[in-house]
Design a protein around this ligand. Sequence first.
Ligand SMILES: C[S@@+](CC[C@H](N)C(=O)[O-])C[C@H]1O[C@@H](n2cnc3c(N)ncnc32)[C@H](O)[C@@H]1O
Length: 274
Amino acid sequence: MDISTEDYERFCRYLESASGITLGANKGYLIRSRLSRIMEEVNAPTLGALLNLLDRSSSASLKVRVIDAMTTNETLWFRDEYPFEILKDTIFPEIGGPRGLPVRIWSAASSSGQEAYSVSMTVSEYQQARPGTLSAGVQILGTDIAPSVLRQAREGVYDELEINRGLSAERRSRFFTRDGAKLRVREELKARVEFRECNLLQAFSMLGPFDVVFCRNVLIYFSNDNKRDILARIAKTLKPKGYLFLGGSEPLASYSQEFEMVRCPRGVVYRLRG
Ligand SMILES: C[S@@+](CC[C@H](N)C(=O)[O-])C[C@H]1O[C@@H](n2cnc3c(N)ncnc32)[C@H](O)[C@@H]1O
């Protein structure tokens, strides 16, 4: 598929306004590899023809498929490890006493669910080590813009390749059951996790309030303006002194002054200023 400069630029504008994802220069290969099947199916010989179809008001489902295909859903269990250590060592001891309300945690770009279920495993392990804590329960919400990864997250079924990315043998046998050639998340983990579709460019205040938000490895795809806007709105969904985890390579300072950095032995977390 040849892509004209005009179609490339038009597609970049379309993708950013629909999802926030900024493609940058020279990503024609990404468009080709991710969209050629859809284009064949809808009989769009060029990117321009696909954009014309997307411009028609009746093509909402095509829009969802194109955005879904253009997302990068790379994820793994206990990604970077330190956020889950900080949950156990710092956050749960602080908020996990008998406060009467469930602790609410949001995985704001959950992809296929590994982050949300890693939080759920962390809760199980914390409660096993300290019976009686987090007694009002923990509710974990996973959201993403891409319906295909949300389907897998809700099902909670993973193949060996996915399972082997970050999961210890002990956690694998404790928290998963075999399902043919795949592994299925146990009900104990699923019971506290819910997945919903949410585009971070759109309103999400009704999902809150949260004690902890994970917004990891997604803001890197967005413009500085969108980063600032999303972080300002995340601050509003957090409870006073609520915590925010960003990806390891995503500094906060230039995008928000509403958080203070809390340095922990193995990494940093941000806390809403009181
Ligand atoms: C690289 S994954 C990160 C998954 C997980 N947070 C982690 O750190 O392992 C990025 C996710 O962000 C999602 N995403 C991209 N744009 C989004 C948007 N506008 N709103 C919500 N999710 C979005 C993608 O669908 C993808 O699943």
